[in-house]
Design a protein around this ligand. Structure first.
Ligand code: DOR
Ligand code: ZN
Length: 338
């Protein structure tokens, strides 16, 4: 196949940041119609007012159709969440276990402490997006997602069976199996977890631009993710988790977690689907399953992908004095987006 036209995709998990960084990266998601924008700013996007103000800054920075989220804290007011959703300001609420990842310090320590918010969301039909990792220091970083499924997600689902759940950036075969076993639960899959495994990050030298959370796992998990993404199953859909950090914060003694993939995300997904002989299912994953999960119509317009010469991309983009390094999969990409 040399050319493919699909409904315009959406990005169901994106970090746009704020200020100069926001202005630099917002236009880089130009292939995407809508995007669920993560609320882990400093300070985080916690209230209805915060979300309204952040939405305006995003639109002014050049991304026209952000879908906003609120950052769940142990002090979140259930009524504020429900009214933000009823007013159409937010699409979902994001749960970060405290300490799990970038700017998650104000996140949730105990599910009991947010029980009233979850119950109100369940009753009002407000979706919950989850960063699915336990944070206990004694649990091996490669086991933290699988432990989250058993210790947190299974009891949460049992207690709130009607709460709409999206398990973000799944990275293990255990997570894929869990999602399949729980109809109605959605899962996003990133570019880097389809293109790479921990060997790509760690063998023959440590590559900080492959470092993200949840961390890349072994090859058999990558295979399970590729099978899930390309299966056409409605539970699995596109969420880049494109997470820009300044180059100096990535190429550092203590490297920040996150891969900046937005400019090449669709080309990367197409590359994977081509390798898996599944280009005919790219549209389901990229453009149909996500809207269906969130009860929204697919985008009305289309994008055309054509296979051609290797993409010629700048390795970095400038953000007013700082730079952000673009994720490099380590091989050429051939899908051009029009
Ligand atoms: O690698 C990551 N980076 N994972 C996350 O969950 C957060 C993100 C960020 O905000 O940098
Ligand atoms: Zn994220």
């Amino acid at each position: 196949m040399e050319s493919l036209t699909i409904r315009r995709p959406d990005d169901w998990h994106l970090h746009l940041r704020d200020g100069d960084m926001l202005r630099a990266v917002a236009p880089e998601s130009r292939d995407m119609g809508r995007a669920i924008v993560m609320p882990n700013l400093v300070p985080p996007v916690v209230t209805h007012d915060d979300a309204r103000a952040y939405r305006e800054r995003i639109v002014a920075a050049g991304f026209a159709r952000p879908l906003m989220t609120l950052y769940l804290t142990e002090g979140t007011n259930p009524d504020d969440v429900v009214s933000a959703h009823a007013a159409g300001t937010i699409t979902a609420v994001k749960l970060y276990p405290a300490g799990a990842t970038t700017n998650s310090a104000s996140g949730v320590r105990s599910i009991e402490a947010v029980r009233a918010v979850l119950a109100a969301m369940e009753a009002a039909g407000v979706p919950l997006c989850l960063h699915g990792e336990v944070t206990d220091r004694e649990i091996d970083i490669f086991d933290r997602e699988a432990r989250f499924l058993d210790d947190v997600l299974t009891p949460l689902r049992a207690a709130h069976p009607e709460l709409k759940l999206t398990l973000e950036h799944v990275t293990t075969s255990e997570a894929v199996d869990w999602v399949r076993a729980h109809p109605g639960v959605g899962a996003t899959i990133t570019v880097q977890h389809l293109l790479a495994n921990r060997n790509d990050m760690l063998a023959g030298g440590l590559r900080p631009h492959f470092y993200c959370l949840p961390i890349l796992k072994r090859g058999r998990h990558q295979e399970a993710l590729r099978a899930a993404a390309t299966s056409g199953e409605s539970a699995f859909f596109l969420g880049t988790d494109s997470a820009p950090h300044p180059t100096h914060a990535k190429e550092a003694t203590c490297c920040a977690a996150g891969c900046f993939t937005a400019p090449i995300a669709l080309a990367c997904y197409a590359h994977v689907f081509e390798e898996e002989d599944a280009l005919d299912r790219l549209e389901s994953f990229a453009s149909l399953n996500g809207p269906a999960h969130y009860g929204l119509p697919p985008n009305a317009d289309t994008v055309t992908l054509t296979r051609g010469a290797a993409l010629d991309l700048p390795p970095r983009i400038d953000t007013h004095g700082q730079s952000v390094t673009l994720f490099d999969p380590g091989h050429p990409l051939h899908w051009h987006i029009h």
